[in-house]
Design a protein around this ligand. Structure first.
Ligand code: CP
Length: 292
């Protein structure tokens, strides 16, 4: 039958840790269970590189046949609805649907009506569960556990589904979670902290892109002004704790939220996150296909 993975709020701490454990098994194992004969449809209604193609690699690693989808060349252009598009892939007899869509909670209209298990690959400013899981795996690899760690997410807080998933999950895992960034992008209920204070206090610093595509109007600020006020640069990186790490869900706007030289510096785990994303998505696919 399988099961959906819409957001992390639905998962217990034990279930989250089990997915991280399974991803670690995939990361270390040469031989592992395959799902030959299964078909996954990757239905991205928004642009994506890491999530879309990371899922495709994960599915190929599991011997699953992956089908892509181009909204521009689909019957959406003939005014077919989102619901009927998904219902069509369900009727094809696919084993898994991986969906990204710009509407928050798009999956609510599908729950109970689509038989094929669905993994949410990002819904508007709502949730991004596999990004959060790969962030957690990266943090656990670094520090061994979560309890007592401090993390700050810096940038476009209000428009970030990464923040909205991470904030709740990280708190449940015992982390002290802060947010920082421009006033226009803040959510005061998400524990705001000035950046300099956060950098000297936190073990994990997660930088975020300004999501101009989700703003009513473009945030008007020169690149260097944004970086000096809200970004990571040569001056403020020295405030970080000796063992603190830099993360970013990407895509990155180099020299805006983080200067070019820091993207691949010794503290950066940004491309490790991308690598971990493949194993987390393999574990998420296994979770969705193998309901207990
Ligand atoms: N982090 C992330 O979701 O990247 P993509 O939009 O490239 O998938």
């Amino acid at each position: 039958m399988g099961r959906n993975l819409f957001n992390l709020k639905e998962l217990s701490i034990t279930e989250i840790e089990a997915i991280l454990d399974q991803a670690t098994v995939f990361l270390n194992a040469k031989n592992h269970k395959k799902f030959a004969g299964k078909i996954a449809c990757n239905l991205f209604f928004e642009p994506s590189t890491r999530t879309q193609y990371g899922f495709q690699v994960a599915e190929m690693n599991l011997d699953i046949k992956a089908i892509g989808f181009n909204p521009e060349a689909s019957s959406l252009k003939k005014e077919e609805s989102f619901y009927d598009t998904i219902k069509t892939f369900d009727a094809f007899g696919a084993d898994l649907l991986v969906i990204r869509h710009p509407s928050n909670g798009y999956y609510e209209q599908l729950a109970g009506k689509i038989e094929t298990p669905i993994i949410n690959a990002g819904d508007g400013t709502g949730d991004h569960p596999t990004q959060s899981l790969l962030d957690l795996l990266t943090i656990r690899q670094e520090f061994g556990s979560f309890n007592g760690l401090s993390v700050v997410m810096v940038g476009d807080i209000a428009h970030s589904r990464v923040v909205h998933t991470n904030f709740e999950a990280m708190k449940r895992l015992g982390m002290q979670v802060y947010t920082s960034g421009p006033e226009e992008c803040r959510q005061n209920e998400l524990n705001f902290i000035p950046l300099t204070q956060a950098l000297s206090r936190c073990d994990v610093v997660i930088m975020l892109r300004i999501q101009h595509e989700r703003h009513g109007k473009r945030l008007c600020m020169a690149t260097d002004e944004y970086n000096s006020k809200y970004g990571l640069n040569h001056e403020n990186v020295s405030l970080m704790k000796p063992n603190a790490i830099i993360m970013h869900p990407a895509p990155i706007n180099r020299n805006v939220e983080i200067i070019d030289e820091l993207v691949e510096c010794g503290r950066s785990r940004i491309f490790k996150q991308v690598k971990n994303g493949v194993f987390i998505r393999m574990a998420a696919v296994k979770y969705a296909l193998e309901a207990d």
